[in-house]
Design a protein around this ligand. Structure first.
Ligand code: C5P
Length: 236
């Protein structure tokens, strides 16, 4: 079975407020997105990569690796993450079989450890459906009322925080995403589209920190994780 990495990177990162799409923010002298692209280029089990870019993207060209050792394609993303992933799947449709795997990974998660990538693939490669990297929720969870007061404490037992990569069979994921998009049902990750289609994705516990960069502070955390993983030099 072939395995393709799909990197949705067509978001504007408006929550971050840097005036630059967050996938291109500098992190230890390189752009955020370059960390996952390098990991996927170096990973022997990944056969190709497709990156979904915004229609008005001006940054990818400058950092696109020259002469990559495996196919590195681009797609024009859409107005939601699901639309961007669907567009990326469309670009590889001629190159993959229905049962081949796609591994969807947020451009905004630069710290994915090679060992977690391997673990995800090892755990899921014989699975009928696929699954996601995730972590059991550690915080006590509160549900808010409309006035920023606690309406209830939510039992965190059995709750997991979804991460990426999310690994699914090409055919099933494409159908599930396209059905959700046609129905106008918002899906915030690929697993949600698969759940909507009646599947139960497997949860694979991440062993290393794999934070999503959402706020400026997250860059500091990401740098520390990259240093701990030996990806960049430690400043300490
Ligand atoms: O905004 P958020 O952090 O949830 O985005 C997750 C990933 O989805 C990011 O890598 C972002 O670039 C991507 N995305 C996309 N197309 C959109 C919205 C988000 O590719 N329309």
């Amino acid at each position: 079975m072939a395995i393709w990495a799909v990197v949705p990177a067509a978001g504007k990162g408006e929550r971050f407020g840097a005036g630059l799409p967050k996938q291109y923010l500098p992190l230890c002298g390189r752009s955020l997105i370059s960390y996952c692209i390098e990991l996927f280029l170096a990973a022997e089990r990944i056969d190709g990569i497709v990156v979904a870019l915004a229609g008005d993207d001006e940054d990818w060209e400058q950092l696109e690796p020259q002469a990559p050792a495996k196919p590195l394609l681009t797609a024009t993303g859409g107005s939601s993450r699901a639309a961007s992933v669907s567009a990326a799947l469309g670009v590889i449709a001629d190159r993959v079989d229905e049962k081949d795997w796609v591994l969807v990974h947020d451009a905004a998660r630069p710290c994915l450890a090679r060992s977690d990538l391997e673990q995800l693939i090892d755990t899921l490669e014989d699975d009928e459906v696929g699954g996601i990297l995730a972590a059991p929720v550690a915080d006590t969870l509160k549900r808010a009322d409309g006035a920023s007061r606690v309406a209830a404490t939510v039992d965190r037992n059995g709750l997991w925080a979804a991460q990426t990569p999310q690994m699914f069979r090409f055919g099933l994921l494409r159908k599930a995403l396209d059905e959700a998009l046609s129905a106008g049902t918002p899906v915030t990750d690929e697993a949600m589209a698969m759940e909507r289609a009646g599947y139960r994705p497997r949860l694979v516990a991440a062993r290393s920190a794999n934070p999503k960069v959402t706020r400026p502070d997250d860059l500091v955390v990401a740098e520390a994780v990259l240093a701990a993983n030996g990806v960049v030099e430690s400043k300490r």
